[in-house]
Design a protein around this ligand. Structure first.
Ligand code: EPZ
Length: 417
């Protein structure tokens, strides 16, 4: 196991370059098997989830060429086979192979996906969508065997605007007979990224990014090309660190539209920063004021930034009410923040955060990816030394985090536990 050791309160100046979005690339890689030819994916982030998905693609016989931030995938030798339990359980996004394999071969065998333990995280919306399109689903000791004589278009209403279900149903629908309509579809930018990749292969998807998506099935898909959009969650995390420690810090490579709710909420605390094109210029705020925060589906404030934001709220004068509405178990970072000197009172899925409190370096644990991000922010601003263990979680979603922060003046190192 590895851990991060951080010496807090260093002033940060210079430029942090934002990488490709984890929650895009983890869907783009499985989607690539739908092409009968080659696909090229640009701006791939250097995160461990990419390596795991490449392993799964190779286990299916895909030829992978991965150089710098470009991945070329050739499916000429692809053959359908079960995705192993070990692979399936390693990340949540393994479930995209369900939609992709079902779509291409009308058969997918894969175990229940892994992912951060931030809630029960069922996949019933995905399975119900596949069934509506004509698939049969058998579950035996957590392994799903999903088959269909053929897949036909269907009208699918999502009870909740699920990101994963929206993408998985799109993957299953692009080669189905007829038209599929997804109502109450998720609107996250990552969905638009996946739809544009599939359309580059010849798919006929309309409405991605809205809550109503139609997919006209086609006979086959060919060479695909796509650039991974910038990671809005990585950008938001570094923006928060800049608000707490920056001196003319530049967050480079963002798409402002993807961060509107985050920008609005951070400005409400009194943070000052300017955005020119794809760059955010930010310096340490003189004074921050408590705000109320509720995480919502896009374009609301993203649940993935709720945890790092709760660290920033410990530095805001007054009482902030933070409500997590997407997951039922996404507050496990709070205990560690309180150990560092925060004053956070938890009730149900909400937290009352009283600031401003000095944070002190402690030995803490990253219980999940974004809890790890919350610890990272806390360690950066704490008095003294903070040690974060289980940081494999952080390395899943924040590429080259030590290099990026060291380059702008942080005192942070990665050591073996
Ligand atoms: C994606 O997860 C992201 N993961 C999550 O990011 C992100 O928090 C989430 O979308 C919401 O934006 C990836 O893209 C790999 P959902 P996903 O389906 O698709 C319930 C991170 O930190 N639900 O929108 O799993 C579910 O339990 C990760 O980068 C069902 O009930 O999210 C949750 O409460 C964490 N049945 C809610 O919906 C289903 O079939 C949102 O889930 C599917 C979901």
């Amino acid at each position: 196991m590895k851990k991060l050791i951080i010496e807090g309160k260093k002033e940060l100046t210079g430029t942090i370059k934002i990488g490709g979005a984890k929650n895009s690339v983890v869907a783009l890689l499985p989607a690539a098997i739908l092409s009968n030819g080659k696909s090229v994916i640009y701006n791939v982030p250097n995160i461990s989830d990419v390596d795991k998905l490449n392993e799964m693609l190779k286990s299916l016989g895909a030829d992978i060429k991965y150089e710098n931030d470009v991945i070329e995938i050739d499916t000429k030798n692809l053959k359908n086979q079960a995705i192993s339990k070990e692979h399936s359980s390693s990340i949540r996004a393994s479930y995209y192979f369900m939609g992709a394999l079902l779509s291409k071969y009308h058969r997918a065998v894969i175990s229940y996906p892994g992912g951060c333990t931030i809630g029960s995280r069922p996949i019933d919306f995905h399975i119900n969508g596949f069934k509506k399109m004509g698939a049969t689903v058998k579950i035996r000791d957590n392994t799903y065997t999903i088959t269909a004589k053929k897949l036909h278009g269907a009208d699918i209403y999502l009870d909740f605007a699920s990101v994963g279900a929206t993408i998985n149903i799109m993957l299953a629908a692009v080669l189905a007979d007829g038209k599929t309509h997804i109502w109450n579809a998720a609107r996250e930018p990552e969905i638009v990224n996946v739809a544009s990749f599939l359309n580059s292969m010849g798919a006929k998807i309309k409405g991605a990014g809205t809550n109503s998506i139609t997919i006209e099935g086609v006979k086959e898909l060919n060479n695909g090309i796509v650039e991974v959009i910038p990671d809005r969650i990585e950008a938001g995390t570094y923006l928060m660190i800049g608000i707490l420690l920056g001196k003319d810090l530049i967050i480079d490579g963002v798409i402002k539209e993807h961060l509107e709710s985050v920008i609005t909420k951070l400005k409400e605390t009194g943070a000052e920063f300017t955005i020119k094109g794809s760059k955010i210029y930010v310096s340490k705020a003189k004074h921050l004021t408590a705000v109320n925060l509720k995480t919502l589906v896009y374009p609301g404030f993203p649940t993935d930034l709720g945890q790092p934001m709760s660290t920033l709220l410990t530095q805001c004068e007054g009482e902030s009410l933070f409500e997590e509405t997407i997951y039922e178990n996404r507050m496990r970072h709070v205990k560690h923040l309180n150990d560092m000197g925060a004053k956070i009172h938890l009730f149900d899925n909400s937290a009352i955060i009283t600031g401003k409190t000095e944070l002190y370096g402690e030995e803490v644990i990253a219980t999940d990816l974004r809890a790890g991000a919350a610890m990272l922010v806390a360690g950066m601003i704490a008095e003294g030394t903070t040690t974060i263990s289980n940081i494999e979680h952080i390395l899943r979603g924040y590429e080259n985090v030590v290099d990026k922060l060291t380059k702008v003046g942080a005192k942070i190192e990665l050591v073996d536990d």
